[in-house]
Design a protein around this ligand. Structure first.
Ligand code: SF4
Length: 452
């Protein structure tokens, strides 16, 4: 049965323009999966609504990376009970990484009776069938089977008209001891180079100005392809596609950060000169316990090679504070590498225990208060460093892609090639194009300038 077509007939019988509300949590790859799903739902005759009370179909696309993320989702699911009470015909679905955790799927089934169906990260292809069943039966369904990934089923729908996400691979084989991703996203599998390049061509032909290549671990891209194709080769081919656009990627793993990849970024102007390189800790003992497969010394060698080959390239990172058994000495090691590496930005998190991961079994005697105080010290050090680094841009001219209006009246906002937020006086007609901007001021999180 062509479920999508049948659904179209059913829903348009219910209402001439049925509406869908979708909310994705977590990483950009999860948001991109949500957009792909939304693209398929729009093809079924639905239109998007941002008002959950007006929706005929509500989808929560969940994230399981930290406990807080899950708590947030439970809160939102709970609130939907009132929406269902007001509109019993509304269909409510929960999908994404949380549904891959069987204990969570069971909990949702038993606790939130207003949820009609759930599906996991391998079951996006089953969505039309699940929706059809939800529209025609009152039975709760949950499908978190590990179906083979059908890359042809991917929809290129984007949630804006300037920057586009292009997933290049799914899954991760690294099994960092604190991370739930390999358990909810499975092993690495890469899309074909030709499919990715054709996506980039069709998006940039349609006016998109920036392409973000996405994967849990982009620099192990292509290992599953026949023949295996390194990420540097994909990046080179993408950068050779003609057109006025730029390319970014997220997220690489330091253990797979090879010199040829850095050389390619240096060689092609289309490749943005900003690299996000998750470090997680500066202590070799903790990196070992995390199973990160590199030391602080090898990490710094990569940083130095990037700075030598690509002068002006910015590096940002992720840091976990309070990993089980982290001592004051381990934490000092993290602070010292932050001072040495001089990151432009860090995304820092207090360790969150994930059921099923190796680290979950490690003894963790550090108090929450101690972890919070370490986080405060880390952020205050990084603020000093960012303030110093950002101030060096004053007087310089940067290339900026403005993609929206700032919270400050009369200013528009965008990101420079270096990945830095830049705000400048300007009207919306300047949005969506690359502009030269002379930097006139700096904070510790953004720059201020005037469009030339
Ligand atoms: S590289 Fe490590 S932290 Fe990143 S997704 Fe894979 S297992 Fe998780």
């Amino acid at each position: 049965m062509d479920y999508a077509d049948t659904i179209k007939k059913i829903v348009t019988r219910i209402s001439p323009s049925p509406t869908v509300f979708i909310r994705s949590f977590g990483c950009r790859l999860n948001v991109s999966d949500g957009n792909s799903l939304l693209g398929k739902i729009l093809d079924m005759g639905f239109t998007v609504t941002n008002d959950v009370n007006c929706a005929a179909l509500i989808i929560l696309n969940t994230c399981a990376v930290r406990e807080n993320a899950e708590k947030k989702v439970y809160g939102v699911i709970g609130e939907l009970k009132h929406v269902k009470e007001k509109n019993p015909d509304v269909i409510i679905a929960v999908c994404g990484c949380m549904i891959e955790e069987n204990h969570v799927a069971e909990f949702i089934k038993n606790t939130y009776r207003h949820v009609d169906f759930c599906f996991g990260t391998f079951a996006y292809g089953k969505f039309p069938e699940l929706l059809y069943n939800a529209l025609t039966t009152a039975e709760f369904q949950c499908d978190n089977n590990k179906y083979p990934t059908d890359f042809t089923d991917f929809n290129l729908y984007q949630d804006n008209v300037i920057k586009a996400d292009v997933p290049i691979m799914y899954g991760c084989n690294n099994y960092c001891s604190y991370c739930i991703v390999p358990y909810v996203r499975g092993r690495e599998r890469s899309r074909e180079v030709s499919d990715i390049l054709s996506d980039i061509r069709s998006l940039t032909d349609n006016g998109f100005k920036e392409i973000l290549l996405l994967g849990q671990n982009v620099n192990s891209y292509g290992n599953t392809l026949l023949p295996p194709t390194p990420f540097s080769s994909l990046l080179k081919q993408a950068a050779e596609i003609p057109g006025d656009f730029k390319i970014r990627f997220m997220s690489p793993h330091p253990k797979d950060m090879r010199k040829d990849l850095i050389d390619i970024i240096a060689e092609y102007p289309k490749l943005c000169k900003s690299i996000h390189l998750p470090l997680q800790s500066g202590s070799n003992r903790i990196l070992e316990l995390m199973n990160r497969q590199y030391s602080r010394e090898t990490y710094m060698e990569i940083v130095k090679y990037i700075r030598k080959k690509i002068p002006g390239c910015t590096i940002s990172t992720d840091i976990i504070v309070g990993f089980p058994s982290e001592t004051e000495y381990d934490f000092e090691e993290t602070l010292s590498i932050i001072k040495e590496a001089k990151f432009y930005n860090i995304f820092s998190f207090i360790y969150s225990k994930r059921v099923g991961t190796k680290a979950a079994d490690l003894p963790d005697k550090t108090t929450a208060a101690e972890k919070t105080s370490r986080m405060t010290r880390l952020l205050s050090l990084q603020r000093e460093i960012s303030t110093e680094l950002y101030a060096k841009y004053v007087g310089k001219t940067l290339t900026v892609l403005f993609d929206g209006t700032s919270k400050t009246e009369g200013l528009i906002s965008g990101k420079s090639d270096e990945g830095i937020i830049v705000e400048a006086p300007g009207k919306t007609d300047k949005i969506g194009e690359y502009r030269k901007v002379r930097i006139t001021g700096s904070h510790n999180w953004a720059l201020h300038g005037e469009i030339l």
